[in-house]
Design a protein around this ligand. Structure first.
Ligand code: GAP
Length: 441
């Protein structure tokens, strides 16, 4: 069986729309640039990605989770350096007004949109934070920002968490939540958007041990992507040189995925030193030191190793990686299949009565109701069985169960595997056990 990968993002955008994964935001109004809505299957997939991360990143003795608010005291962003330093260099074409990020284009060449030569303005710093107002009073003291990273909610809660959970270094705090950046050039579907979700963990360590911690977390994070089913040859490490380090980092490395538009970052692992906690201590006037009982009650500000993965970007990599066309060009045998790792598949099992007949409907529905107690399941009775299998392949359902006329006699059903298309006959009272074995992770 020949198999090809996704060649163009537009194929995936179309499948995601057709099958209820991802829709353009406000579509009936013509859409809103770079904003996307997750549909019924998309949200299942997204929740499964989040669960996979949450389990890997908090079901450990040394890591706990939080959920901080999106709005934070405005001084947080002064302290963190985002007000002054979270900028991209922006240039405009004087002729057609197209806007570019200076570091993403060759300014010696003509404008990509209108073809005008020497038409670019000087580069200006453009701050990526969205500003809004809190409360009914329109004065500058009520200005607040939508957070551009979730990390700061963790830093300002460092001592709350450490003291209430009685944590000793090294320990980590994990969080999943929305972040907002007024990107100059969003695009490539959900790769770069202005509203997205991050899954971040700050690991607080004794100064001097950060290199070791970074190595450990690099290994854990690489493995997480593989455990989600991504193929290792579609992933690579991309270290940051001294010139592309963020203002808070002394070392950083990205995990990149080979998207149809090229290699792109899905996760960053950063050694953030004691920058953030030191800044918050200074700006808030509150001590944020750790008292190290294992080292003569020495007081110091911990160093931090951060792992930061975009939920939407990771999900996009999972979709791209799962997308396969089998027997391309062969009218009879061609099929598009999303070969998700079963733990991520939005629907785990579909129950399909062979034909639309009342005599099959009642017992098939009973089986469906039973399975639904444990799994996200679908019941589908419309169209030929072949078409229904193809639809389940396209949404990545690992197992389809067909209830036919023989089932009425032998109390058995046919289970079809998405990946091999092999079919097995199984007693109905064994179906739950069968799925339990195949879907345990
Ligand atoms: N706290 C560190 C931090 O925010 P980052 O490298 O700027 O680091 C981390 O972002 C991850 O967040 C990226 O690897 C990416 O997956 C995701 N991300 C960043 N900007 C994004 C955007 N505009 N759209 C979607 N995901 C984004």
């Amino acid at each position: 069986m020949s198999e090809s990968n996704l060649k163009d993002m537009s194929e995936l955008v179309s499948l995601c729309k057709r099958r209820g994964f991802i829709f353009q935001s406000s579509e009936v109004y013509g859409g809103l640039q770079s904003c996307w809505d997750y549909g019924p299957l998309g949200i299942e997939l997204k929740n499964n990605v989040k669960n996979s991360w949450w389990k890997a990143m908090t079901y450990r003795e040394d890591v706990v989770g939080i959920d901080a608010s999106i709005f934070m005291h405005p001084t947080v962003w002064k302290a963190s350096g985002h007000v002054d330093g979270f900028n991209d260099p922006m240039i405009d074409c004087k002729n057609c007004k197209e806007r570019y990020r200076e570091d993403q284009i060759d300014t010696a060449k003509p404008c990509q949109k209108c073809g005008e030569k020497d038409s670019f303005t000087e580069a200006r710093d453009f701050n990526l934070m969205f500003k809004t107002r809190m409360g009914p009073v329109e004065d500058s003291s009520s200005d607040v920002y939508l957070r551009p990273e979730t990390a700061q909610g963790i830093f300002v809660n460092f001592l709350n968490v450490q003291s209430t959970m009685r944590k000793k270094l090294p320990f980590g705090i994990s969080q999943i939540g929305k972040a907002f950046r007024n990107e100059i050039t969003p695009g490539n579907f959900i790769f770069r958007t202005r509203e997205f979700e991050q899954m971040e963990m700050q690991y607080f360590v004794k100064p001097g041990t950060q290199k070791e911690a970074m190595e450990e977390w690099k290994e854990i994070r690489w493995k997480w992507h593989l455990d989600n089913g991504l193929r290792s040859d579609m992933l690579r490490w991309e270290p940051h040189g001294p010139d592309d380090l963020a203002h808070y980092a002394d070392a950083a490395i990205d995990i990149e995925y080979k998207f149809p538009h090229g290699w792109g970052e899905i996760e960053g692992i950063h050694s953030r030193t004691d920058f953030d906690l030191t800044q918050h201590q200074q700006f808030s006037g509150k001590k944020l030191e750790y008292v190290d009982q294992a080292d003569n009650n020495k007081r110091y500000i911990p160093y931090v190793v951060e792992t930061s993965v975009g939920c939407d970007r990771s999900l996009l990599a999972i979709l791209c990686d799962a997308y396969r066309i089998e027997n391309e060009g062969d009218k009879e045998k061609e099929r598009v299949v999303l070969k998700f790792h079963p733990k991520l598949a939005p629907i785990k099992v579909a129950v399909l009565p062979l034909v639309k007949k009342e005599v099959l409907d009642a017992p098939a529905r009973k089986l469906f109701s039973d399975l639904q107690q444990d799994y996200k399941a679908e019941y589908d009775v419309s169209g030929s069985i072949g078409k229904r299998y193809r639809r389940q392949d396209e949404i990545g359902t690992p197992f389809c169960i067909t209830y036919d006329f023989d089932s009425l006699e032998d109390d058995s059903v046919t289970i079809r595997s998405r990946d091999t298309m092999a079919q097995e006959r199984i007693a109905i009272d064994q179906v739950k056990n069968y799925l339990l074995n195949k879907l345990k992770f």
